[in-house]
Ligand binder design. Structure first.
Ligand SMILES: NC(=O)c1ccc[n+]([C@@H]2O[C@H](COP(=O)([O-])OP(=O)(O)OC[C@H]3O[C@@H](n4cnc5c(N)ncnc54)[C@H](OP(=O)(O)O)[C@@H]3O)[C@@H](O)[C@H]2O)c1
Length: 344
């Protein structure tokens, strides 16, 4: 325990992300000051928002600076606490970044929810992605029994929870996912009514056939050609929680976007569609205890299932992150940085 390994932003991506945007560095072990805590990273969460932080563009959060450690949430073990709130050996969720050891202040650390036997769930179904699904669907989507809910990226960290909550609320749940294996798991593993492969040549027709009564709620995480297929199927007074636009994160604007925008604006008007973007902790932080209580119960009862896609070793995080932006992950993407026994 004499040195740290960390991954920093080496260069800003131009369009599609490449491995040379990252650099693995060795550095001295960081030193905790009074009030701070030295942490050992066990599980690192890889999430799409990190791609946005790599751009030097105005957004809801400041960009990562060149040479700075990549931002991330992680499950960590407290190694050296220099405050009274934490004890050596505690498991916590911290905004500690892509590194093996980190020093954080108390404001960047949350205790792991009580009774969590699998700590990595605090980064997935019982963490930020599960919370995003819960609030986006229930507060903005407001699904009613008998309605049709369509969810994009249906087997991912957020989407897999959205589809299952839609079923719990008595809706017809239709997923959209990349490939036959993901679609089969959405139906057989998660219990969705149907799941359509967005790479299928007949995607638009298959989606329409899976939604014979149109779409009342569309949980948007992808954008692009998937939204183009959804738009004509939206019912009057449809609701769209706008959670993310992952198909655009590696792209710059294209000329055809202007035509799509015109068609979209007309549909919003004539069908009186409501669409609301949200940033989970900025907009709904106060709902966290309610979410946690309800979701822990659903997971304990087996009503909400989860799937983790685990990559071993900090050095493999960049490659795994590239894969996330191309749909190569299958479930919540995590990097196991260290296995200290209690983290399995
Ligand atoms: N608003 C918020 O506060 C908030 C919070 C968390 C997440 N999000 C957003 O929620 C979305 C899902 O995040 P997640 O963490 O749950 O990720 P995820 O779904 O576990 O993984 C990303 C998935 O997106 C799909 N995808 C990736 N690139 C694509 C492309 N070019 N075209 C079509 N699909 C593509 C792939 O699924 P398929 O192979 O099935 O296509 C991939 O597996 C993202 O847009 C993210 O930014 C927003």
């Amino acid at each position: 325990m004499s040195a740290n390994r960390r991954i920093v932003l080496a260069a800003r991506p131009k369009g599609s992300l490449t491995l040379d945007c990252f650099r693995l560095e060795r550095a001295p072990l960081p030193q905790a000051q009074d009030g701070q805590v030295l942490l050992r990273t066990l599980w690192l969460s890889l999430d799409p928002y990190m791609r946005g932080r790599m751009n030097d563009a105005p957004s809801y959060a400041a960009p990562t600076a060149i040479g700075e450690v990549m931002t991330a949430g992680a499950v960590c073990r407290v190694i050296e606490p220099r405050n009274s709130q934490h004890q050596s050996g505690d498991l916590v969720v911290a905004t500690s970044g892509w590194q093996e050891y980190a020093v954080c202040g108390a404001e960047d650390i949350q205790r792991l929810p009580a009774g969590m036997t699998r700590p990595s769930l605090a980064l997935g179904v019982l963490g930020m992605p599960g919370f995003t699904a819960f609030m986006g669907l229930l507060e903005i989507g407001k699904p009613q029994r008998g309605e049709t809910v369509v969810v994009a990226a249906a087997t991912g960290a957020v989407g897999s929870v959205v589809g299952q909550i839609a079923k719990l609320k008595g809706c017809r749940a239709v997923g959209i996912a990349g490939g036959a294996e993901k679609c089969a798991w959405a139906v057989e593993g998660l219990g969705l009514d149907a799941c359509i492969d967005h790479r299928a040549p007949q995607f638009n027709e298959l989606l329409a056939a899976a939604c014979p009564k149109g779409i009342d709620v569309y949980f948007e995480s992808v954008g692009g050609s998937i939204f183009t297929a959804v738009l004509p199927l939206l019912n009057a007074r449809a609701r769209i929680p706008l959670c993310g636009l992952i198909s655009q994160y590696n792209q710059s604007a294209r000329p055809e976007d202007a035509d799509s925008l015109r068609a979209f604006m007309r549909a919003v008007l004539v069908k009186r569609i409501s669409m609301r973007g949200f940033i989970i902790f900025d907009d709904y932080a106060g709902y966290w205890p309610k979410f946690l209580e309800e979701m822990q119960g659903w997971v304990r009862n087996g009503w909400i299932k989860y799937r983790e896609d685990i990559v071993d070793g900090l050095e493999n995080a960049p490659q795994a992150f590239l894969g996330l932006l191309e749909g190569r992950n299958f479930g919540k993407l995590l990097v196991r940085v260290a296995d200290d026994g209690a983290a399995a």
